[in-house]
Design a protein around this ligand. Sequence first.
Ligand SMILES: CC(C)(COP(=O)(O)OP(=O)(O)OC[C@H]1O[C@@H](n2cnc3c(N)ncnc32)[C@H](O)[C@@H]1OP(=O)(O)O)[C@@H](O)C(=O)NCCC(=O)NCCS
Length: 290
Amino acid sequence: MQMTEYAGRDGLREMQELTQRIWSPASRLHLGDLAWERSANAGRADGWRTAVWRDDEQVVAWAWLAQPGHLLMTVDPARPELAATVVEWFRAAADGPGLAAGVLETEQHLLAALEAAGFRRQDDAPYYTHHWISLDDLAEPVVPEGLTLRHVRVDEVAQRAAVHRAAWSDVAPSTMGEEAMGEVMSTWPYRPELDWVVENEAGEFVASALIWLDEQHQVGLVEPVGVATAYRRRGLGQAVNLAALYALREAGGTRAVVCPRGDDGYPQARALYQSIGFRPGLRTLHLLLG
Ligand SMILES: CC(C)(COP(=O)(O)OP(=O)(O)OC[C@H]1O[C@@H](n2cnc3c(N)ncnc32)[C@H](O)[C@@H]1OP(=O)(O)O)[C@@H](O)C(=O)NCCC(=O)NCCS
């Protein structure tokens, strides 16, 4: 067994390799989650710590501190004993009180290792629920007169970053800029034909939906979706999602997953996905040490 530590952005392809190799509908993460999280937040990479464990050249576990005290991890279910090694690394690598971790409810090997190390489930904390849709029978995407649905082009990085900011600044101003969006658009497996927008008469993007395709499993992850505040509740969230789902089907996908909040603290996202036909599945669990 060999462990490699990384600082900053390195290690993504190895993390994706394991995440894809062991992916099933019972996995918390899709390789697109990693692509999005690590590229969209690349400006914060200085503080990241990542560890990757390999056995005979095969990646068998990884851990990532995306926030100083918060663990994200994937461990090959065929090697459940490694979960304790990962949690031990986390406790040594992370500073300060309030250490936290998130898993999917089915990831029993991760849950057992965390609970054995003293982490406790926080059942009243916010959580996320996987939502699933089959691509067999999709409704038609429709936008109001004057608006256009299309996918982005690779040179439209600035406009793509702008629509993300316009949709994701409700709580605090989004820091998404051209550099980070350029990073997103050059991270595997990004494809412009799976990145859809609604354009207004002035040529501005006012809604967007990005899908990441795992070709091996024919499953697309929808992440993220956003509609500029001035354009909400006009069906654009539905339309841009559906258009991206059609493109996913065209690219060989058979189903899609999205992971909105499952608790009642932020119901609008799951309401949107359910209105298109996504159905809820497994949920995440949040654990705290102590
Ligand atoms: C969630 C979001 C994408 C919805 O976009 P939208 O264009 O307003 O959604 P639509 O008009 O297509 O709404 C379709 C349906 O979703 C549900 N819905 C959308 N927004 C809702 C809200 N604020 N409250 C309750 N239900 C809502 C409704 O069922 C709605 O149908 P209705 O208007 O006929 O009642 C938008 O609010 C947004 O960008 N929010 C910030 C970013 C975000 O949370 N993205 C999703 C994270 S996973």
